[in-house]
Design a binder for this molecule. Structure first.
Ligand SMILES: [Cu+2]
Length: 339
C-alpha cells in the first residue's frame, strides 16, 4: 500500500512537471527560440545532451553487464584473475572521449565566434543602440535618427546589430526567446546581434542584479514585418506636434501639455531628434504595450505610475511630483496622445 502510494505520488509529480514544461513550450524561450542565434544555441545544447545520453547509456550498460557477469558466486572464495594495463582497452577509452570532445568542440567554437561577430559596420544590419539604466532601457536607432525606450522594434528576418552600454551600473541585455544575453557595462561598448525569424512580441529582461528593482527591469521586443517597421520608423520620425494638433481639435490637451512642460520635460524628451539620457523618451508612448516596462498601458496604470513611481518600482529615479487628481487626468490624456 505504502509503495503504491509512493508510486502514485511520483506519477503526480511527473504530471505536474509535464504541465509545467508544456506551459514553457508555448511561449518563446531558450528551448523554443524564434531567432537564428537562439536556434543555433539550442542545437548546441541538444548535441551535447545527445552525446551525454549515449555515454551514460553505454557506460551503465557495460557496468551492469560486468556487475552481473563477474559477481562473486556463493562459496567461490578464489581471487579473480588480475588484469591491468590492457593496451587495447586503454586506447579505446582514450580515443573515444577525444572523438566525442572533438564533435562537441568544433561547432561550439564555430558558433561562439559566429555569434560574437560585430555587425556594427555591416551596411545590411539594422543598428540599435542599447543603453541600460536603473531600471529602464533606452533604444536608439542612430542611422534612422530615432530615439526611443522600453520597447525595441525589429523587422523580421533582418540582422539586428546591438551596441550595448550602461549609464550607471552593470546590467545584462537578454531576450530569452530570441537568443543569448550580453552584459552592458558603464564606460564600455560591446556588441551582439540577433536575426529574429518569427513575428511576435518577446519578453526582455535585465539578467544582472543591478539594484532594488532589478527584477522589474523588463522590456519588450516587437518583431514585425518590414512594412510595419517602415511605418513605425516614419511615425517615430514625425514630431508629436503634428499628431497632437489633430487630437487637440477633438479634446483639450493644452492643460496637460502645460503640466508636462512644467514638470516633466526636464527629464523626458518627446522630440524625435533629441536623445533623452536620464528618462525614457516619450515619443510614441501611447503605442507602447507597457508603462515602465511592467504595467499594461492603460489610463489607470499611467496615472498610478505618475502618482507614485516608487510604489511600483522601488528605487526608481523618477521622482514623485505633487499633482491634483485633475492634473493627473490632464497629464495622462496628453501622454496617451503621444503617437
Ligand atoms: Cu539591470
Amino acid at each position: 500500500m505504502l509503495k503504491l502510494l509512493r508510486g502514485k505520488r511520483i506519477l503526480l509529480l511527473f504530471a505536474m512537471l509535464a504541465t509545467l514544461l508544456a506551459g514553457c513550450s508555448e511561449d518563446a524561450s531558450p528551448l523554443n527560440p524564434k531567432a537564428t542565434q537562439g536556434q543555433e544555441q539550442l542545437n548546441l545544447m541538444i548535441l551535447s545532451l545527445v552525446i551525454m545520453v549515449i555515454v551514460v547509456v553505454v557506460v551503465f550498460a557495460i557496468s551492469v553487464y560486468v556487475l552481473v557477469k563477474f559477481r562473486a558466486r556463493k562459496g567461490d572464495k578464489s581471487i579473480p584473475k588480475q588484469v591491468e594495463g590492457n593496451h587495447k582497452l586503454e586506447i579505446i577509452w582514450t580515443v573515444i572521449p577525444i572523438i566525442l570532445l572533438t564533435i562537441l568542440a568544433v561547432p561550439t567554437v564555430g558558433y561562439t565566434f559566429k555569434h560574437d561577430q560585430n555587425l556594427s559596420q555591416n551596411p545590411d544590419a539594422i543598428k540599435v543602440q542599447v543603453v541600460a539604466h536603473q531600471f529602464w532601457w533606452e533604444f536608439n536607432y542612430p542611422e534612422l535618427g530615432i530615439f526611443s525606450a522600453q520597447e525595441v522594434v525589429m523587422p523580421v528576418g533582418k540582422d539586428i546589430s546591438f551596441e550595448l552600454t550602461s549609464a550607471d551600473v552593470n546590467h545584462s541585455f537578454w531576450i530569452p526567446g530570441l537568443g543569448g544575453k550580453k552584459d552592458t557595462n558603464p564606460g564600455l561598448t560591446s556588441y551582439m546581434h540577433l536575426t529574429p525569424m518569427e513575428i511576435g512580441t518577446y519578453k526582455g529582461k535585465c539578467a544582472e542584479l543591478c539594484g532594488p528593482s532589478h527584477a522589474l527591469m523588463d522590456f519588450k521586443a516587437h518583431v514585425v514585418t518590414e512594412e510595419e517597421f517602415a511605418a513605425w520608423v516614419a511615425d517615430m520620425q514625425t514630431p508629436p506636434e503634428e499628431e497632437l494638433a489633430e487630437a487637440m481639435e477633438a479634446e483639450d490637451l493644452a492643460a496637460g501639455e502645460a503640466l508636462f512642460r512644467e514638470n516633466c520635460i526636464s527629464c523626458h524628451a518627446i522630440q524625435p531628434d533629441g536623445r533623452s539620457p536620464v528618462a525614457p523618451h516619450l515619443n510614441g508612448f501611447s503605442e507602447r504595450d507597457f508603462v515602465a516596462g511592467i504595467l499594461n498601458n492603460t489610463e489607470e496604470n499611467v496615472k498610478e505610475w505618475i502618482a507614485d513611481p516608487n510604489a511600483i518600482k522601488p528605487g526608481t529615479l523618477m521622482p514623485k511630483v505633487d499633482l491634483s487628481e485633475e492634473e493627473l487626468d490632464q497629464l495622462t490624456q496628453y501622454l496617451l496622445q503621444l503617437k
